[in-house]
Design a protein around this ligand. Structure first.
Ligand code: HEM
Length: 352
């Protein structure tokens, strides 16, 4: 469906807000030791900066702070079983716990103020194989290094006078990062939808599927909705419209997405999340995600889950994209901090 193009000021505003909920990195640093780079850009420093930007909200996730828990099943159709030996791809049903959220570190942010949304999933097979994945609505990141990501977080800090990021600072950030071109194009062309249910969620990072013979293939994945896209309009008057809408839709029946795997070809970058692959790449529909329950996150099963993107089953491996390791380290710091702080206090979306 074609969508009306945004004006330059709308685009800049959207980019500003997206910045709060996004991440990116790459580079050649070892991250697992708890720090990266010569100037010690630690995962703690990244989490401190999220909190410095948005304020301290005890018990909440330090990014994607506002969300709700969901659950259901993944109905694998077996189409990807030849590409990966992971049990989740064998034809059959796998229970799912998930979380739908908006980007950013403020759990009270009005839904319409944040164009990036996310879907995180834990898929656990009967034998205990586990796959956790966190996906965002943009298909690429604006930057390709952790330093770039950190600069983006700093550039997105709200100006106390306006409550919004300083446009000049953001302009300067994007000007200094030409690799953000694909991301900026996406932000310009895609107006947020009016529901969690009709958004596509992308892995952004690449992973490697490994088959029964040990043969590997790089992929990115996306959850593509069966629910048709509709642009955001009057819903924005309700600052929690995403949760209210989701509860209402689930009262009418389950919601469905298709897990679409996009296969890289030789030369496609598997370690650069700012770089899209050609649209002509082969796509495989591996099955249907069915979500039939939602709970406020102070009560739901997703509350105490860390959707660490490196929790992968045999048959799915990380790519060399160093953002994956950086995400894993930052999510651990956020998880440890928030679970020490206690339970999130505002049951957003508790009532339809
Ligand atoms: C490909 C890039 C990324 C994607 C697709 C992504 C996706 C997500 C998603 C879906 C969530 C919500 C998880 C939930 O609902 O529990 C999340 C949370 C979070 N993200 Fe990212 N993210 C990315 C990059 C990053 C980066 C680079 C950082 C920082 C280094 C970061 C920091 C966080 C933190 C701290 C949380 C909260 C984790 C928790 O407390 O459980 N993200 N991200």
């Amino acid at each position: 469906m074609s969508r009306p193009p945004l004006s330059p000021s709308q685009t800049l505003g959207r980019l500003a807000l997206i910045g709060l909920g996004l991440a990116a990195l790459a580079g050649t640093f070892a991250y697992a030791g708890g720090w990266i780079g010569p100037d010690r850009l630690t995962p703690q420093r990244i989490i401190d900066t999220f909190e410095a930007n948005a304020g301290s909200y005890p018990g909440y996730r330090k990014n994607h702070a506002k969300g709700l828990c969901v659950s259901g099943q993944f109905l694998s159709n077996g189409a990807a079983a030849g590409l990966s030996r992971a049990e989740v791809f064998a034809a059959g049903e796998v229970p799912v716990i998930g979380r739908l959220a908006i980007g950013g570190s403020n759990p009270y942010a009005p839904d319409a103020s944040v164009p990036v949304r996310s879907l995180a999933l834990q898929l656990r097979t009967a034998s205990g194989q586990e796959w956790r994945t966190g996906m965002n609505t943009p298909p690429v990141l604006p930057v390709s290094t952790i330093e770039g990501f950190f600069e983006q977080v700093l550039a997105s800090k709200p100006d106390p006078a306006t409550g919004k990021p300083d446009p000049a600072r953001l302009q300067a950030f994007f000007a200094a990062h030409p690799e953000s071109a694909a991301f900026r194009q996406w932000a310009k062309d895609n107006k947020p939808s009016n529901s969690f249910a009709n958004a596509t969620y992308n892995s952004i990072n690449a992973f490697r599927l490994v088959d029964g013979d040990g043969k590997g293939r790089y992929v990115r994945w996306a959850m593509e909705p069966e629910t048709p896209y509709q642009p955001l309009a009057g819903e924005a008057d309700d600052k929690d419209f995403l949760a209210h809408d989701l509860f209402q839709r689930l009262q009418r029946g389950p919601l469905r997405w298709h897990l679409v795997l996009t296969l890289a070809e030789a030369g496609d970058p598997s370690d650069d999340p700012s770089s899209p692959w050609p649209a002509s790449r082969q796509r495989i529909d591996a099955g249907t995600l069915v979500l039939d329950q939602a709970q406020p996150e102070d009560q739901g099963a997703c509350r105490d889950l860390n959707f660490d993107p490196l929790i992968l089953p045999d048959g799915i491996e990380p790519s060399a994209d160093p953002i994956l390791a950086a995400r894993s380290a930052a999510y651990a710091v956020s998880f440890n901090r928030r679970t020490r702080e206690g339970v999130p206090s505002a049951p957003i979306g508790a009532h339809p």
